[in-house]
Design a protein around this ligand. Structure first.
Ligand code: GUN
Length: 288
């Protein structure tokens, strides 16, 4: 079997076009959705991600602020900036790129973002809402994976979904979204004994481990949908995922490439969450 390649760039364009319609409708009514992205320090990978997020907003005609703070910025100064943005009517979404430098407590930072503007979905209130099935903002990467599955015609209900990775950014919210969609969900970690036993039983396999090419074709159930969230730089400078694409594509039914799979969707869902935040905040304002 040769897998269908899930084209994340094409699906991202399609989903962005859908959200552009909603953004344009808001603009006609006098609200331009606005996103503030804060980066603390100069981690090269984070800088690229943040630049791409700001660029995507511009492409959809959204307002954006790109706030660059030096690596020695105090926690207090960062919290003050967040509180200012919470009150700023031009801003509907606030994102602090993670990781932040070690002297800053990331939980305090995420707690400070107004839940109504938390387009990452990382505030404890939004995490709780996702866990109890009354989601407001889904974290962008798992939300993007759900869209990829939906747009590719992969059925989720009743299927066995295996998520490898338990981060707050990807693994845990991914498992919750799949559960919400009526999958039977297994979460594996780096400590899981006999990982292949679990992966070979997965109808849907989402891999978010940060370990290059750790999932090979012999670990995949024939016909499975394989979603690779990894983004690793190899010695030759090329990017690769957590899945060994060449062997996996011979077994899987669907597979995402790296790059060009999940990556474009993460940014797209950030734009979507920002437009949704602007819709909700502008409705709230009209009712005040
Ligand atoms: N770092 C890696 N992924 C993400 C993300 O989705 N949001 C934020 N804020 N930081 C990240």
């Amino acid at each position: 079997m040769t897998a269908k390649i899930i084209d994340g760039r094409a699906i991202a364009q399609e989903v962005r076009a859908e959200w552009k319609v909603r953004a344009d409708e808001l603009k006609v009514r006098g609200t331009t959705p606005g996103l503030a992205v804060i980066i603390v320090g100069d981690d090269p990978a984070s800088k690229v991600y943040v630049a791409n997020k700001v660029k995507a907003c511009a492409e959809l005609g959204l307002y954006s602020e790109h706030i660059v703070l030096s690596a020695d910025t105090s926690e207090e100064a960062l919290l003050k900036k967040i509180l200012e943005l919470n009150e700023d009517p031009k801003i509907h979404g606030i994102l602090v790129q993670l990781p932040v430098p070690k002297h800053i407590n990331s939980s305090k930072v995420l707690d400070a973002i107004s839940p109504e503007k938390d387009v990452d979905g990382f505030h404890p209130m939004n995490v709780g809402a996702l866990a109890t099935g009354s989601m407001r903002f889904a974290p962008c990467t798992p939300y993007g994976v759900m869209k990829l599955l939906e747009k590719s015609g992969v059925l989720i209900e009743g299927k066995h979904a295996v998520v490898i990775g338990r981060s707050n950014i990807v693994g845990k919210p991914m498992a919750l979204l799949l559960l919400q969609a009526n999958a039977t969900v297994t979460i594996c970690t780096s400590k899981t004994i006999d990982l292949a036993k679990h992966t070979r039983d997965a109808d849907i396999l989402v891999v978010a481990t940060g370990k290059a090419k750790m999932i090979s074709g012999d670990m995949i159930k024939p016909g499975a949908a394989v979603i690779d969230v990894g983004m690793n730089r190899m010695d030759n400078g090329k990017l690769c995922g957590d899945v060994d694409f060449d062997s996996a594509k011979e077994v899987a039914g669907w597979i995402t490439p790296v790059p060009g799979g999940v990556g474009p969707m993460t940014i797209t869902m950030l734009v979507a969450n920002t437009v949704q935040a602007a819709e909700q905040l502008s409705t709230l304002k009209r009712h005040l």
